[in-house]
Design a protein around this ligand. Structure first.
Ligand code: NAP
Length: 245
């Protein structure tokens, strides 16, 4: 039986690097994406070229119907759902709260937190011992922004990631006796397209103790560890990978 790992937003950036590393460990990777089919297919192609297995599945995780369809497709596959990486996330333009529209705030929370809740809920139904599952691992991708609040920039995003931290702590305790480990990774500045609306990666380097921007693979490596048996006593942890920031 294949051990399936679902990664939301697994087609680009941190998600892509993580999909490639997860596949190398022998998991069947389900790569969820929202709209950029080409990037998703290219990531699948790269994985298959290495002789590993992956499938791209389109779904907007902020929409419940899409999430239910996503998991239905996983149910039809030959394998069991072993891992969920709640990675998909959005970041809007820099703005103080006073200028943020309702739609912006709603979209940020719907994708970054409600989407993660919905995916975790469906994963638990497949993994939980209480639901005749075999256990599993849930890994939430938070952000260093949750610690700093990101004033005048993206307080909506930072708050949604604060909610991810709290979600991780609570869900880990809720599932600790159910053989499901729940952990989070809190990346600092990582070089991906998420920063394309206002490229300030160069200017923030000076604020980072290690004086450099992180690479997507540096997040992927931690996800691989959390998915592995080597993290067997770790749950409810929030791991900062941020060059010391
Ligand atoms: P990215 O390069 O912008 O990639 C975002 C991915 O999420 C894409 O695959 C995108 O799919 C997918 N996505 C967005 N909205 C979605 C939705 N509603 N449903 C399904 N998929 C959706 O982002 P990234 O920088 O790799 O970030 C990945 C995660 O790390 C996010 O949670 C982000 O908040 C977090 N993070 C990033 C940084 C950083 O500096 N990069 C720092 C801290 C935390 P499409 O391409 O199809 O739209």
């Amino acid at each position: 039986m294949n051990k399936i790992v679902l990664i939301t937003g697994g087609s680009r950036g941190i998600g892509k690097a993580t999909s490639l590393e997860i596949a190398k460990q022998g998991y069947f990777v389900c790569i969820n994406y929202k709209g950029d089919k080409k990037s998703a297919e290219n990531t699948v192609k790269e994985i298959k070229a290495n002789g590993e297995e992956a499938l791209a599945i389109k779904a907007d995780i902020s929409i419940e119907k899409d999430v239910l369809n996503l998991f239905k497709q996983i149910d039809s596959m030959n394998g069991i759902l072993y891992g969920l990486v709640n990675n998909a996330g959005i970041l809007n333009k820099q703005s103080p709260l006073v200028n943020m529209t309702y739609n912006r705030i709603k979209d940020t929370f719907h994708t970054n937190i409600i989407g993660s809740f919905l995916c975790a809920r469906e994963a638990i139904k497949r993994m939980s011992l209480k639901c005749n599952g075999k256990g599993g691992k849930i890994i939430n991708i938070s952000s260093g922004a949750s610690k700093f609040g990101s004033p005048n920039e993206y307080i909506d995003y930072a708050s949604s990631k604060g909610a991810i931290d709290t979600f991780t702590i609570g869900l880990a305790k809720e599932l600790a006796e159910d053989n499901i480990q729940v952990n989070a990774i809190r990346p600092g500045f990582i070089d991906t397209d998420i920063h394309q609306t206002y490229n300030r990666l160069e200017s923030v380097k000076a604020l980072i103790p290690m004086k450099r921007i992180g690479k997507p693979i540096e997040i992927a490596n931690a996800v691989v560890w959390l998915l592995s048996d080597k993290s067997s006593y770790t749950t409810g942890a929030i791991i900062d990978i941020a060059g010391g920031k």
